[in-house]
Design a protein around this ligand. Structure first.
Ligand code: PLP
Length: 387
């Protein structure tokens, strides 16, 4: 059988492949990016599933609208009005099968083969994968401690046929970094000079355990602003519910066509259940519990790094989310370190798959949300001795 160039050129998920080796019981794994299962509100979701079926009967089991369940879209819009002060209405919200699907749909709708996508370097692996299917030209822009490098951003925006800039402004995957307020304003000013969309992908924004929430870069300010959100990190990833928010009606129309072609609509059962859950539970109280859990785990990892990592290793100090990013300033290869670490039964994700233009890098992603503080300390101790 002959396969398309587009699939042959798309990287298979490095992390999913790594997880096959790191999944064994005796490995301390910082490789995954999964929410901690103890954060899933299982009892409340059980009640919501029953309640939603009793209230709505066959509607949970029928085909449904492509944009998504209207009350859920209104709930999301109301939250963005209340929390972020944005003029968002249900018509500006489009439900997707996880925010991962939003990335793939945006690629389909906006990218011709060879068109430019500006992406953080390092950037979210799943976005690189989703966009690669549209055969773009990637323009990587260095992600600094406070956000994108501005000179590189301007230069990238001047390349031919650039369609959008993709960012994760809060507790970025893979680095855990958050854009500063100043950088957000500067990026917004730069973007306002170009006819290029800004995607702000924000699945972690609510999981802030330190510092003040910051306004979005372009939402409410830039004409071509696209916000992405998800219930994966705060309620459940398994139900696959994410959303796109944009005021651009033409864009939404094209997304609707692409979504019809892909899967007609997002799982309607899941949309009813999550809506019932959100309407009948104290969501913010639930999120606060996740924040407390992850803060404790992040502190355990940072304290252990302080104790066991050699001076040539720098690492980020996230204010929220699920990841720490470490850089080995002695130029060691993270793939080599990964192999040594596996011998000591400790795992992480080597930095390579997060770059569109580099290999054999000296960086690594460490996830802290899936182990107890004691196990985190032991894993970092082992890693420290290898480093
Ligand atoms: C930055 C970012 N965007 C999108 C996703 C996809 O999330 P989901 O499709 O579960 O909403 C993830 C998941 O890890 C992510 O880290």
């Amino acid at each position: 059988m002959q396969f398309s160039e587009k699939i042959l050129n798309t990287p298979s998920s490095f992390i999913r492949n790594i997880l096959k080796v790191t999944d064994s019981e005796d490995v301390i794994s910082f490789a995954g990016g999964l929410p901690n299962p103890i954060s899933f509100p299982i009892e409340a979701l059980k009640a919501s599933a029953n309640h939603a079926i009793t209230e709505n009967g066959s509607r949970l089991f029928q085909y449904s609208s492509t944009q998504g369940y209207a009350p859920l879209r209104e709930y999301i819009a109301a939250k963005y009005r209340r929390v972020h002060g944005l003029d968002i209405h249900a018509d500006d919200v489009f439900i997707t099968t996880g925010s991962q699907q939003a990335l793939e749909l945006l690629g389909k709708v906006l990218i011709n083969k060879g068109d430019g996508i500006v992406i953080e370097e390092p950037g979210y692996l799943g976005a690189i994968q989703a966009f690669t299917l549209s055969e773009p030209t990637f323009h990587g822009v260095t992600l600094e401690n406070d956000g994108l490098n501005l000179e590189e951003l301007e230069k990238a925006l001047q390349q031919p046929n650039v369609k959008f800039v993709y960012t994760v402004p809060n507790f970025q995957n893979p680095t855990g970094l958050t854009y500063s307020k100043e950088k957000r304003q500067q990026i917004c000013e730069i973007m306002s000079k170009y006819d290029v969309a800004l995607i702000e992908d924000d699945p972690y924004g609510e999981l802030r355990f330190q510092g003040e929430p910051l306004p979005y870069i372009g939402a409410g300010k830039l004409e071509h602003s696209i916000l992405l959100g998800s219930f994966s990190k705060t309620v459940t990833p398994g139900m696959r519910l994410g959303f796109i928010i944009t005021k651009n009606k033409e864009l939404l129309q094209h997304i609707e066509t692409a979504k019809q072609a892909t899967d007609l609509h997002t799982n309607i059962f899941a949309q009813y259940v999550i809506y019932d859950y959100l309407a009948n539970n104290d969501y913010m109280e639930h999120v606060q519990k996740i924040i407390a859990l992850y803060k404790n785990q992040a502190d355990a990892m940072l304290n252990a790094m302080e104790e066991f990592f050699p001076a040539h290793v720098d690492y980020t100090r996230p204010e929220g989310g699920m990841f720490i990013w470490a850089t080995m300033n002695n130029g060691a290869s993270s793939v080599d370190v990964f192999q040594k670490a596996m011998e000591q039964k400790v795992a992480f994700v080597p930095g390579d798959p997060f770059y569109t233009s580099k290999t054999d890098v000296n960086t690594m992603r460490l996830n802290y949300t899936n182990a107890t503080p004691e196990v985190i300390r032991e894993g970092i101790k082992r890693l420290g001795s290898i480093l």
